[in-house]
Design a protein around this ligand. Sequence first.
Ligand code: ARG
Length: 575
Amino acid sequence: MVNIREEIAKILVKHIDGMELADIVQLVEVPADTSHGDYAFPCFKLAKIMRKAPPMIAAELAEKISGEPLFEKVEQINAFLNMFISKEFFTKAVLEEVLGAGNGFGRSDEGAGKTVIVEFSSPNIAKPFHIGHIRTTVIGNSLYKLFDFLGYKVVRMNHLGDYGTQFGKIIAAYRRWGNREEVEANPISTLLAMYVRFHEEEKNDPALTEEAREAFAALERGEKAEKDLWQWIRDESLKEFRRVYDMMDIDFDDWSGESFYTDKMPAVIEELKAKGLLKESQGAQIVDLEPFGLTPAIITKSDGTSIYLTRDLASAIYRKNTYDFSKSIYVVASQQDLHFKQLFKVLELMGYEWAKDCVHVNFGMVSLPEGTLSTRKGRVVFLEDVLKTAVSKTRDIVTEKGVNADLIDETSKTVGIGAVMFNELSSGRIKDYVFDWNEILNFDGETGPYVQYTHARCASVLRNAAAKYGAAAMDAAAVEKADLSAVQSPAAYELTKLIYAFPAAVKDAADKYEPSVVTRHTIKVAQAFNKFYHDEHILVDDPAERSAKLMLTAAAMQTIKNGLGLLGIKAPERM
Ligand code: ARG
């Protein structure tokens, strides 16, 4: 995409001695007040070089550059050069770019040759995949899409919670009360029920505690019976998780999980020891982080068992050695802020300079109107049920709206699941929020359905045009022939400006690890298109005028599609 600030600087540099192009680019600004132009250039810094008063310099520059086709008008006001970009030039550049790039509009190659790891979702085996997991899953998936779009090689990791003393309990419980068929028919809820029962009965039956301890010890020693059981529980849980991922069209490149790192931990513990970082504290091995204002990092517990943090250390080192990442991203709730501060600090103390490339992308909590979530009390809302509810509620809405019968199935899925995902990505990730069906499924709000509907509306305008006037070419050569003065009204121009700003929004979202930047921008494009659509008549008789309007429609549609794509959401052509 033509970079307007750079184009301006290229013109200015010809008339300014003693200042580099890059410095001029830095100085070009966008005035808050649009009556001062689309761009402005302050001349204060030139006073010294040119030995003249800034207003005089601005006046001279205004005169020298005003004939350039890039500008509609150039004015001097005090020390400022105020530039109004030629709408013709701008509109042409934007339409040519978007129609030329298509699905690649907004893409870049800034990440070429670099690898980014995005670890996300990471639910715990044998535990419910619940509504609390939705944010990491959807935000992580979007970050994967964003970095991929920017040319990085991205490795999607699901760091499954598939290890820990709780597996001793699950195995013990299963041996007492479980049976294969029941688990296979309904893995998670059966295993969960057994786990809950274990906790209840353990209080009065110390033998259970002992059985669990023994089972876990056997698992750690790698005994076949326990390993097989564990593997089976893992496989059954994964089947259930995959079903949910499939509903959202989400996949991973690496499913290793915590268990994968158990045999890599002794080396880490040795290394910590060798580097003089380990200290004994009440039988446990710790790294003292007090000088950094953090509580101690516990590396091994007093009973010798390793813990979560140690597995994360092993995993971080493994990731670096295996993928040589330029960034390793962990999409995990803010509840674990301390854990990641400890993890990154210990890596730094171990002398790994790449610790600075590890990023904890945290986020706030989801709660339900009926109260916060609690696995212990059995108040679990399964993510799968939420997605199914979304589909069925959407079905009711679209049926009432009179959607074509043969589109109802498809639309309810695309829109229902898209709505839930979009909602997760609409506000800054750090904010806590309350899950509210009315908001999520509001077709007129700033929602997934609204944006998808706008996309389908663009598609329908283009279909109608093709039916009435025949298929029209949508490429740079056609832009040349169209009457672009027809798309310079305030509504059209606003839309064009938002389309132009899309690639920058994509980059900003990745820089901040904040997909909501793309979400917000995509909503704005959809709103601007709808304003254009309502204000103006698109299918006019004049071919050159109609063609320009259809191209703007196609460009808006492409931008919305690419935006939704980066959020992991489908863009339906019909609804
Ligand atoms: N399984 C953990 C949980 O559900 C999340 C894992 C986060 N990732 C990590 N590398 N520690 O809380």
